[in-house]
Design a protein. Structure first.
Length: 146
């Protein structure tokens, strides 16, 4: 697929990432190629072709991104992921044409949706944060059984 990094405009509202992804319609499993543009102010737009009028998600804050299955359609590899807006009224199913492309989109969407969260790159290598457990208290020498 075609994709590219956008130039970020002053003020932080500029284009973050743009390119082609496959998107399924609501309630069906047919994926169609769409042109997507992700903006730093928290908007994702898509249309049938670059520059065509389209639709979009204007409130990405709190959006969660889930990696989906990898599959082969008509000899083409597809790398799925889902977008679940806060409130979860609808799930948006998308597919990239390479694992690298999917990683770029997932990372960019995550950083726009949750800018305050520091994360390692997604793609199966999840960072697990372990709380430091306090060591069990030493035996106090008190026998409660007496």
């Amino acid at each position: 697929g075609r994709w590219g990094w956008g130039m970020s405009a002053a003020g932080g509202g500029g284009l973050v990432l743009r390119g082609e992804l496959f998107k399924s319609g609501e309630g069906n499993s047919i994926f169609k190629l769409r042109w997507f543009e992700l903006f730093a102010h928290g908007e994702l737009r898509w249309s049938e072709a670059e520059g065509a009028p389209g639709r979009g998600l204007s409130e990405l804050s709190g959006l969660s991104v889930h990696l989906g299955p990898e599959e082969s359609r008509g000899g083409e590899e597809r790398y799925g992921f889902q977008l679940v807006p806060r409130g979860g009224m609808r799930v948006y199913s998308l597919q990239a044409s390479s694992a690298e492309e999917r990683r770029l989109w997932v990372d960019a969407l995550e950083s726009v949706a949750n800018p305050h969260v520091l994360r390692s790159a997604l793609g199966g290598n999840y960072r697990v944060v372990c709380m430091q457990r306090p060591s069990p208290p030493a035996h106090w020498g008190i026998d409660l059984g007496s």
